[in-house]
Ligand binder design. Structure first.
Ligand code: PGA
Length: 271
């Protein structure tokens, strides 16, 4: 056997050992996709295949289908949440949905500050902060998305951008509640483009995010905040990114829509 082949085998062994030891969060962000029948089929498969393993699965369907998850995931370990939330509890806010409504449907998580909401719907870091506050006040876990655009990456401004997104959105967070927060690093240039960040780029930013969290909350409290990676995650890259330092899981868009593809990703992160 060639030296190169031996090195590759050793690399694969080490990767498998690291993946087997880690407990990942595998979150599916379905965005504005799927319909009722499609979701029913997906949930049936999920219940039938018993994909539950050491990892935690969280599904984020469009709002109108939440009731399907409430009904059909009752006996499954998979969890679910909303793709957005409004910070007020009730009132004249046409088109918005409150934390209480999310809780009514058994949601445990809410995606906040996704780049599509920031870029298309003009959401700001301050709005993200209000949404994080509303979630934590009522016991929901916010999944706060941060990440730079292509220009910020090209001109090496990405750390500044990410730091200010985190600092603004989490400035009011009570240190006791850090256990509920999840961060998701999603470089905008890698979302839905097929262009994922390399494991080295992911590791660099995740370690940077950890240091920002350390300075906000102190090392001990910050250590319990999972940091997910999102942006063109698929079967071919998930294991390489999974072993990067400070990667606690994934927020997956396109590759989570098809049950078989999602199932393959789940099993690749099992052992
Ligand atoms: P993608 O989306 O996996 O399709 O790139 C990820 C996301 O936007 O959360």
């Amino acid at each position: 056997m060639q030296k190169q082949q031996i090195l590759e085998l050793v690399r694969q062994e080490v990767r498998s050992a690291v993946i087997a030891r880690k407990e990942f969060i595998i979150a599916a962000n379905w965005k504005m996709n799927k319909d009722k029948n499609d979701i029913i089929g997906f949930l049936k498969n999920l219940n039938k295949e018993k994909l539950e393993n050491k990892n935690k699965i969280i599904l984020f369907p469009p709002y109108p289908y939440l009731y399907l998850l409430e009904e059909q995931l009752r006996y499954s370990k998979a969890l679910y949440g909303m793709q957005n939330i409004f910070w007020e509890t009730s009132g004249a806010f046409t088109g918005e949905v409150s934390v209480e409504m999310a809780l009514d449907f058994g949601c445990k998580y809410v995606i906040i500050g996704h780049s599509e909401r920031r870029n298309i719907l003009m959401e700001t870091d301050e709005m993200a902060g209000k949404k994080v506050g509303a979630c934590l006040q009522h016991g929901l876990s916010p999944v706060l998305c941060v990440g730079e655009n292509l220009d910020e990456r090209k001109f090496s401004h990405y750390k500044e951008r990410i730091k200010s997104q985190i600092a603004t959105a989490l400035s009011q967070v009570d240190i006791e509640k850090t256990g509920k927060i999840i961060l998701a690093y999603e470089p905008v240039w890698a979302i839905g483009t097929g262009m994922n960040a390399s494991p080295e780029q992911v590791e660099e930013v995740h370690m940077f995010i950890r240091s920002v969290l350390d300075s906000l909350f102190g090392e001990k409290a910050a250590a319990c905040i999972p940091i997910l990676y999102g942006g063109s995650v698929k079967t071919s890259n998930v294991r390489d990114i999974a072993v990067a330092k400070d990667v606690s899981g994934f927020l997956i868009g396109g590759a989570s829509l098809d049950f078989d593809e999602f199932k393959r990703i789940i099993s690749l992160l099992d052992t």
